[in-house]
Write a protein that binds this ligand. Structure first.
Ligand code: AMP
Length: 285
């Protein structure tokens, strides 16, 4: 595996592979890798693409009171995992490499930015869309891989690619969970033992809501209320949001008739966790 933090070197390597006719697959991450990230890489490898993984904790997507400085990092361990996973290039730029001067040009993502995590984290998705757009220009991938763990991010990137006519296929990868159901996240390391245990209520309440939908429940507000009640009952988690929204465009839903996204964000101590579940239309007709 080749490693670089320099854009021109990366570019040379990629141009050489493209000349050989290789397709390029990009997996953008913020590092501190876990099995969720490695699954994205497996999907990328399965396409036969030349796989580039980026590790960059992007300051632009963190609010002033958020956890940028304490975000977990371990580049050496990450590099070993990526090497073992058969990744071709690790791109790990510094902040100076990505933002040599203050950015004045941003990718705005309209109303998709106003709901769910966007409402709670103003500017977050503008930061995400801007850095992903930069990575797309730097790497020039044919395809890029995103986890459904960050479903809103995935939708926003898909929409950005469509709106800006980028010739990049966006591939979604289902949420990878721990054996007990907790969605894998780099932030899980911050959970104290009892918070880790209580956080299981997230996947369990989503699971239960999915079952209720399948057995005929159609009221979005009732489903939200049930999830909230269970979280309150079984944990000390502080709810940021619990929402049922249209799975295609995140628009509001009252009576559920189309595929929906059940999405939540809950704080356990100082750690904010997100989780979601998409309930497909064919299971709710
Ligand atoms: P992050 O390093 O948290 O920015 O995540 C990088 C990519 O990995 C994003 O596309 C995430 O959606 C994806 N990802 C993170 N955790 C998971 C997970 N548990 N399952 C699937 N994808 C994930």
């Amino acid at each position: 595996m080749k490693k670089t933090s320099h854009i021109p070197e990366l570019h040379d390597w990629i141009v050489a592979e493209k000349k050989l006719g290789r397709r390029i697959g990009l997996v953008p991450t913020m590092g501190y890798l876990h099995r969720g990230h490695l699954t994205l890489i497996e999907h990328a490898k399965q396409t036969g693409a030349f796989v580039v993984v980026s590790i960059f904790v992007n300051p632009l997507q963190f609010g002033p009171t958020e956890d940028l400085s304490r975000y977990p990092r371990d580049l050496e361990r990450d590099a070993r995992l990526l090497e073992d996973a058969g990744v071709d290039i690790l791109f790990h730029p510094t902040v100076e490499e990505m933002y040599p001067r203050p950015t004045v040009t941003f990718v705005e993502v309209g109303e998709l930015d106003q709901v769910l995590c966007g409402a709670a984290r103003p500017g977050h998705f503008r930061g995400v869309a801007t850095v992903v757009s930069k990575l797309f220009h730097i790497v020039e991938p044919d395809m890029a891989f995103f986890g459904q763990k960050d479903y809103q991010q995935y939708l926003i990137i898909k929409r950005m690619v469509s709106d800006l006519n980028l010739r990049i296929k966006i591939c979604a990868v289902p949420i990878v969970r721990e054996e007990d159901g907790l969605a894998m996240s780099s932030r899980n390391v911050f959970l104290k033992a009892e918070e880790r245990q209580e956080a299981l209520v997230l996947s369990r309440s989503l699971q239960e809501a999915g079952e209720n939908l399948r057995s005929g429940q159609r009221s979005a507000r009732e489903i939200e209320a049930q999830i909230r009640a269970r979280i309150h009952r079984e944990s000390h988690g502080v709810i940021d949001y619990v929402e049922v929204r249209d799975a295609e465009d995140l628009s509001e839903v009252t009576d559920i008739k189309r595929p929906v996204l059940l999405a939540l964000a809950v704080r356990f101590g100082t750690t904010r966790l997100i989780d979601n579940k998409v309930v497909e239309v064919d299971t709710i007709v």
